[in-house]
Design a binder for this molecule. Structure first.
Ligand code: DC
Length: 243
């Protein structure tokens, strides 16, 4: 395994991968972590963890966050930790000691997470957890605001997108494979709505950082993307070593 560690003398590398939903950010980030011996941090999982806590504590109703102040005051009772935060390993999320990896992937959590993630105190709470990973580095994080807000000085920033119809088709196929009752037009509508919410919220909206490298993977396989990133990392690595 090619290990990219401690080349800067100060701390290890930080790779920020932001972009639209269903672009395959997490699979891409996990593969990079595994090939380069980095820790993969799924930042969306933390927003999902806070959402699960809010649902379990009756802080969310049909309309959204019922009592934002109550949720904000209770964030002190939310202890989110990744198990196995090891280089190259997949980590699972724990809420107050309980493994919640399956629960945070439920439709119920998915349906409410955008509203919870739009709350400023929730973002500050998640950012404080993420920033701890930045102290030592050696991480690849995927999310919506990693290269713009959380780590504006990340060593490498990628902004991922793909045609909405291509993304919807990927999601639709995944759902069909899982045996779920899926309707392509509804999936497409959801993809477009999520883009709109992510790009237009007041706090930390999804934006391409000016120094992020753009990756449109509409017509790329996962292997094509790895060939693409390996070239970028080897060039970046060379240029960083020179400084
Ligand atoms: O990537 P995901 O689908 O697991 O993200 C879940 C939600 O969290 C989604 O609504 C976007 C939001 N999110 C965010 O606002 N900022 C991040 N850094 C990561 C995710």
């Amino acid at each position: 395994m090619f290990v990219l560690i401690r080349y800067m003398g100060k701390r290890d590398i930080i790779i920020a991968i932001d972009g639209h939903s269903s672009t395959g950010k997490s699979s891409f980030a996990k593969e990079i972590a595994s090939r380069y011996g980095l820790i993969y941090v799924d930042t969306g999982a933390l927003y999902r963890g806070v959402t699960l806590f809010a649902l379990r504590n009756g802080l969310i109703n049909e309309m959204g966050v019922e009592n934002p102040e109550k949720l904000h005051n209770q964030l002190g009772n939310v202890n989110l930790k990744f198990g196995q935060a090891a280089r190259g390993a997949n980590s699972e999320l724990y809420l107050n000691g309980e493994n919640i990896e399956a629960q945070i992937r439920s439709l119920e959590v998915a349906g409410k997470v955008s509203i919870v993630a739009a709350q400023k105190p929730v973002r500050d709470f998640v950012d404080s957890i993420l920033k701890e990973f930045g102290v030592t580095g050696g991480v690849v994080m995927d999310g919506r605001d990693i290269g713009t807000v959380v780590f504006p000085d990340a060593d490498l920033k990628i902004f991922m997108t793909a045609d909405p119809k291509v993304r919807a088709m990927r999601r639709y196929r995944e759902m069909v494979t899982r045996g779920e009752d899926a309707n392509f037009d509804e999936v497409l509508k959801n993809v477009v709505e999520r883009d709109f919410m992510d790009e237009n919220r007041e706090n930390a909206p999804l934006r391409r950082a000016t120094d992020a490298i753009f990756l449109d993977n509409s017509n790329m396989t996962e292997e094509d993307q790895m060939v693409w990133i390996e070239k970028i990392i080897s060039e970046k690595w060379k240029s960083l070593k020179k400084n």
